[in-house]
Design a protein around this ligand. Sequence first.
Ligand SMILES: Cc1ncc(COP(=O)(O)O)c(C=O)c1O
Length: 423
Amino acid sequence: MDATDGRGTARGALDATRRHQSPQLALVYGMNGCGAIESSGEGARLRLSDGRGALDFGSYAVTLLGQRHPAVLAAVRRELDAMPVSSRVLANGTTAELARALVAWAEPERLTKVWLGLNGCDAVEAALKLARLATGRTRVIAIEGAYHGKSLGALAATWNARYRRSLEPLLGGVSHIPADVSALPAAFGPGDVAAVLVEPVQGEGGVRPLEPGFLRALADAAHAHGAFVLADEIQTGLRRCGPRLVSADLGMRPDAVLLGKALGGGVQPVSAVLATPELYAPLTADPFTHTTTFSGHPLGAATGLATLTAIEELAPRGARLADLFSGGLARIAGRHPDLIAEVRGRGLLWGVEFTTAATAGEVLMELGRRGLVVSPCLGRPEVLRLLPPLIASDEEAEEALAILDAVCAAVPDEFRPPGPGPR
Ligand SMILES: Cc1ncc(COP(=O)(O)O)c(C=O)c1O
């Protein structure tokens, strides 16, 4: 990219990142892009500043609809021409329509209330506050390995010590339990738990689908103790894993479902809490208890509306792609047993666990060099996350699998476990 398009050169961008954001970030970006930066995106493909292309099977689960989905762009353009921000003293038709559409899309009989935000951690904060206010209790149970964001409240429910250690004490009352039914009896004291907060498939924690039996037992135990079930579907929801909502599909009867990432259609930051009237009661009583300036802003609301429609239209495509992709990953794991310890996931959310974090790091870099962008797992560096977008063609999925296979075949000996294993 040259400087004339007003978006800066690759060298300038990396230099500004180093000087004004973080030297470490600049180093990682520079290595990932071999000195180039991202410059545009279309569907499942990115274009880099040096002219190379790459498949985007990462972007931390945001680009479920790929880059620049035409229906989402059209909705954003219409809203830009009408009223992109709200006065917030008048009702806004687009915002209200997104709330109505989300309720109709999810569980219209039970989850009838909606709070809108921008990021995943906004949704987590809102849900935690609602649970505390609605119950008058302060304890929250989260799961070992969980990731719920890094704002101070959400961080208390995030498991990874790396992010928590230097900030403690965090929000009090949050305890982590193993994802095991035997841990449940001791977890709930008499009438003290406000909520359980759980990802049905842990994403950042290494793409770890939790046992359906455990998830149902957790939800049942919470309800038996008068606690709310908060399903963090910021990564798993919106058909990333197949069904609209994994928690509803598994019969957990969540009192809140948290959405983010893909809800913005790969174009805008949008998140939401869908809640029962009982959990939402504090905001029904006083809507100013929890507000943010841009909550439900019309540009994001228009995006969310177009996104819901596009995702539903693509649902059959997602099922076919999931079969193709999971089958391909299983075959690759079978061909490289010395490198790949396990492949896990559901739908279009897959984790490949390598035998060491160093191997995963080497594979990540080489994938980037050969044109496949994937996301590392922040809590489990030995796992790479592969997130095919719903709009990917069979050919693009096959191309991504072929790149992964070729990269695994070419991993240098120093990143392979010692021993006689096949080459
Ligand atoms: C399950 C889950 N919850 C919450 C969050 C936090 O979302 P955000 O980074 O948008 O604040 C994430 C982000 O990765 C997530 O995966």
